[in-house]
Design a protein around this ligand. Structure first.
Ligand code: XLS
Ligand code: NI
Ligand code: NI
Length: 451
């Protein structure tokens, strides 16, 4: 990647290119584990991890919460005289940040990078203007677009949903936005396009025709896929599951639900999942559960890397920090074959009271280090083979003989039952230890060995 690019003005003065200094460093603005060119299992860390910065959190969130106003000062907002100019400055700040950090990718919603106009065509013009500038920045820096998406949840018109809105007129607005956002993604050679169903769900079933809304959602997704494919989009379409928030119930509840929905509507070949750690937690699942479920169903795609707070029932979108968690996540990702078009997008925000410019850097550095350390530990687990060997051994009774015949589908229930006498006789049958504690201790050892 080219050295850092600065627009007309430097927005993060005093912070240079973030360097790898190793685990012994106590420089808060250096990587301790993320050494981009270091090879791990045949690929560099950069190739494995494919880090992306989320435009909305890092350059859009100003610290506003339901109880208080903005706390983050954005110089790129206050030094502009028009909304468009503010977005141009924001783009300069964003690319300065990406390159100083050394993240190879970024992700955006249409409304993150360009202001909404008075009409759909004006919005489209605004977006096209910013896309042209982004294309220049991408070329100058080598930073690439991991995925684009449309914000179909902020505007009041979407309060009852976008594709699942009971008013047809709203769907037309959503279509105009998605069409333009797919065009933008194609123009910027985006590797993916995400559908996160912000308000595709319900607040109450008393006013909702659930079946009809899901039919509409499926039709909308099919139309979007067709548009993308006929207009040259070669990347991956993703659905990002989330069980709730902002709606009480979101249709794309979790990976398994999305897989069922895709199959029910014949869309399973066209969409993969973008799995967010915090959303897994909201659905009552471990992050690892969602990753492994997606891998098992053949729809693993990309990751929104963040963390929730187990005591809070909402999307706190904090930066990942637990190496234990990132180890289990990277293990699942490596076993799924690693990323192809996907990557690790930090859908995470600094806290409202993290108001120093360096905080945004330190947050990302910590997230990148957590995943780099997790990658190292996961690769050790794979190379060592103990864990996989244990799991394999648990199932050896299916490897040959009658067990293998059962697996291959060559047996009916009567035949299976008839084996109970000969194979089921021992009082100790089934009482083989799962060795969970030993395996947990093993993971701790791998995590602590990281260097
Ligand atoms: C919100 C979602 C959102 C998507 C992109 O909870 O995570 O940020 O990733 O629309
Ligand atoms: Ni997300
Ligand atoms: Ni989220």
């Amino acid at each position: 990647m080219a050295d850092y690019f600065v627009g007309k003005k430097e927005y993060f003065p005093g912070i240079g290119k973030i360097q790898y200094e190793g685990p012994a460093s106590d420089n808060p603005l250096a990587f301790k584990f993320y050494d981009a060119d270091r090879k791990v299992g045949g690929k560099t860390m950069r190739e494995h991890l494919r880090f992306a910065v989320a435009y909305w959190h890092s350059f859009g969130q100003d610290g506003t919460d339901p109880f208080g106003s903005a706390t983050h000062d954005y110089p790129w907002k206050t030094d502009a005289s028009t909304p468009m100019e503010a977005h141009e400055h924001k783009l300069d700040a964003a690319f300065e940040f990406f390159t100083k950090l050394g993240a190879g990718f970024y992700c955006f919603h249409d409304r993150d990078i360009a202001p909404e106009g008075a009409s759909p065509s004006e919005s489209e013009k605004n977006l096209a203007h910013m896309v042209a500038l982004a294309a220049e920045r991408q070329k100058a820096t080598g930073v690439r677009l991991l995925w684009g998406t449309a914000n179909l949840f902020s505007h009041p018109r979407y309060m009852n949903g976008a594709a699942t809105n009971p008013e047809f007129g709203v769907l037309t607005q959503a279509a105009a936005q998605v069409k333009a956002a797919i065009d933008a993604t194609i123009a910027l050679s985006g590797q993916g396009y995400v559908f996160w169903g912000g308000r595709e769900g319900y607040m109450s079933l008393l006013n909702t025709d659930l079946k009809r809304e899901k039919d509409h959602l499926a039709r909308f997704l099919a139309m979007s896929r067709d548009y993308g494919r006929t207009h040259g989009f070669k990347g991956t379409f993703y659905i990002e599951p989330k069980p709730m928030e902002p709606t009480k119930h979101q249709y794309d509840f979790d990976v398994e639900t999305v897989a069922g929905f895709l199959r029910a509507y014949g869309l399973e070949k066209d969409f993969r999942v973008n799995i967010e750690a915090n959303h897994a937690e909201l659905a009552g699942h471990d992050f690892q559960h969602e990753l492994e479920t997606a891998a098992a169903l053949g729809i693993f795609g990309s990751v929104d890397a963040n963390r929730g707070d187990p005591r809070n029932g909402w999307d706190t979108d904090q930066f990942p920090s637990s190496v234990y968690e990132t180890t289990l996540a990277m293990l699942a990702i490596l076993r799924a074959g690693g990323f192809t078009t996907g990557g690790l997008n930090f859908d995470a925000k600094i806290r409202r009271n993290s108001v120093d410019q360096a905080d945004l850097f330190e947050a990302h550095i910590g997230g990148m280090d957590a995943f780099a350390a997790g990658l190292l530990a996961a690769q050790r687990i794979i190379d060592d083979g103990k864990l996989a060997g244990f799991v394999r051994d648990r199932y050896t009774s299916f490897d040959a003989g009658e067990g293998a015949r059962f697996e291959a589908g060559g047996m009916n229930l009567e035949e299976l039952a008839a084996l109970a006498g000969s194979l089921g006789g021992s009082a100790r049958l089934g009482r083989t230890s799962g060795k969970q504690e030993r395996l947990e201790n093993l993971i701790t050892q791998y995590v602590l060995k990281v260097k």
